[in-house]
Design a protein around this ligand. Structure first.
Ligand SMILES: [Ca+2]
Ligand SMILES: [Ca+2]
Length: 171
């Protein structure tokens, strides 16, 4: 069983970053809208579409009833199973590169909060989340980001820094 705390975290990511059109399910339409949003944030980049297509292809492994959509229950089951499919690494890298707009291999508070503002989050809250995630440091490297990312999806500790990697500053 996934604890309520982890379930809250998983559903937050589902709603804020995957179910872009708010239909309650994730399907290809969400990825088309995600591509449009990402293009607004960082300018259209060759390769973004292919990366997002590959993430969607991988995520379809979670579509247990094969109806072409990933429901909230299917999403929770995916993480409950402890899956570490390739698309998750692709997505982690995609978000990091989106945030690292200066392309120096580390993200700072401004880069982090600007991207999450484009996803409809409060920029002030995202800045607060960054401070918690970085433990007060000015930037977070790619190596650190990957560890924080894993922590987000796995930890039961409400104070763990990884809990703040998606721009939410309190749980
Ligand atoms: Ca949707
Ligand atoms: Ca389904």
């Amino acid at each position: 069983m996934v604890s309520d705390f982890r379930k809250n975290k998983l559903l937050y990511v589902f709603k804020s970053f995957f179910d872009i059109n708010g239909s309650g399910k994730i399907d290809k339409t969400d990825f088309d809208q995600l591509l449009a949003r990402v293009s607004k944030v960082s300018g259209w980049k060759a390769g973004d579409e292919e990366i997002l297509n590959n993430i969607w292809k991988g995520l379809q492994g979670a579509d247990l009833d094969k109806d072409g959509e990933v429901s909230e229950d299917e999403w929770i089951s995916l993480w409950e199973s402890g899956s570490t499919a390739d698309w998750q690494n692709l997505y982690c890298k995609f978000i990091f590169q989106l945030e690292d707009s200066s392309n120096d291999g580390a993200i700072d508070s401004e880069e982090f909060s600007s991207v999450y503002a484009a996803f409809g989050l409060s920029k002030t809250e995202a800045s607060a989340a960054f401070q918690k995630m970085s433990k007060g440091k000015a930037s977070v490297t790619w190596a650190e980001f990957q560890e924080l990312w894993k922590e987000y999806f796995s930890t039961e500790d409400v104070n763990a820094p990884g809990n703040f990697i998606f721009g939410k500053s309190s749980w």
